[in-house]
Design a protein around this ligand. Structure first.
Ligand code: 5GP
Length: 239
């Protein structure tokens, strides 16, 4: 997971004053998901990259509070007990969880949230947030994935084998996601991801009706509720 964590105040509110959208991105380990998510959060205004908790040890270069909050298992389990996670899962032998508080704060502020989580976590989030948008990133091929994992110096042989072992099972979950991006070329994948984010932001269902009424339906003399002059659909009695 990565570090685009600009504070809420740095993001402009959406011009339509809507609630934030929850975007979920999953991919097998070694697909290039972290690089893509980091770049995406840097390129798009109003997108906040959530930071998960994990019991995994930091890799060289990773920092507490930037890539993850690195905690001991006891502390993680205490957080589970206090219902502080939106979802949590055991992935490749370690525990990972998405904190609930920061996520709901951002959504309430109209800021979109990016979750980079595994397929088990995605399932849980989709159940809880039915309006969320899920994207699955596929590697170019198994050969490329294998070689990427094996050349990632930060993981032990045991860790690499554990991750390779899970790939087929993870790839099989692609059907549960709304979008698929094949990460053959990073520039192209980034463009595709940006298109998904921009289109989702334009969806009619996300528009805040109060904003619409205040800006286009009621002029200065009219107050909300004072809409008897508006054309009414046939057969619908006025309140
Ligand atoms: P890594 O150890 O390589 O950073 O991450 C391993 C896997 O855990 C990746 O698939 C990553 O997306 C997933 N992961 C990271 N944070 C979370 C989280 O909060 N919840 C869940 N369920 N998975 C996570």
């Amino acid at each position: 997971m990565t570090s685009s964590t600009a504070p809420a105040a740095a993001h402009p509110r959406s011009s339509t004053d809507r609630r934030g959208i929850l975007f979920i991105i999953s991919a097998p380990s070694g697909t290039g998901k972290t690089t893509l998510c980091k770049q995406l959060a840097a390129n798009l205004d109003g997108l906040w990259h959530s930071i998960s908790y994990t019991t995994r040890k930091p890799r060289p270069g990773e920092r507490h509070g930037r890539e993850y909050y690195f905690v001991e298992e006891g502390a993680f389990r205490d957080m589970i007990g206090r219902n502080e996670f939106v979802e949590w899962a055991e992935v490749y032998g370690h525990l990972y969880g998405t904190p609930l508080k920061s996520l709901t704060e951002k959504i309430d502020q109209g800021i979109d949230v990016l979750l980079e989580i595994d397929v088990q976590g995605a399932k849980q989030v989709k159940k809880r947030f039915e309006d969320s948008v899920s994207i699955f990133i596929l590697p170019p091929s198994m050969t490329v994935l294998r070689s990427r994992l094996q050349t990632r110096a930060s993981d032990s042989q045991e860790e690499i084998q554990r991750r390779l072992h899970k790939v087929k099972e993870e790839v099989w979950s692609y059907r549960e996601y709304a979008y698929i991006v094949l990460n053959q070329d990073i520039g192209q994948s980034l463009g595709e991801l940006e298109s998904i984010f921009r289109s989702e932001r334009l969806k009619t269902k996300r528009l805040n009706m109060t904003w619409l009424e205040n800006n286009f339906i009621f002029d200065e003399e009219q107050k909300p509720g004072d809409h008897k002059d508006l054309p009414q659909p046939k057969g619908v009695p006025l309140p």
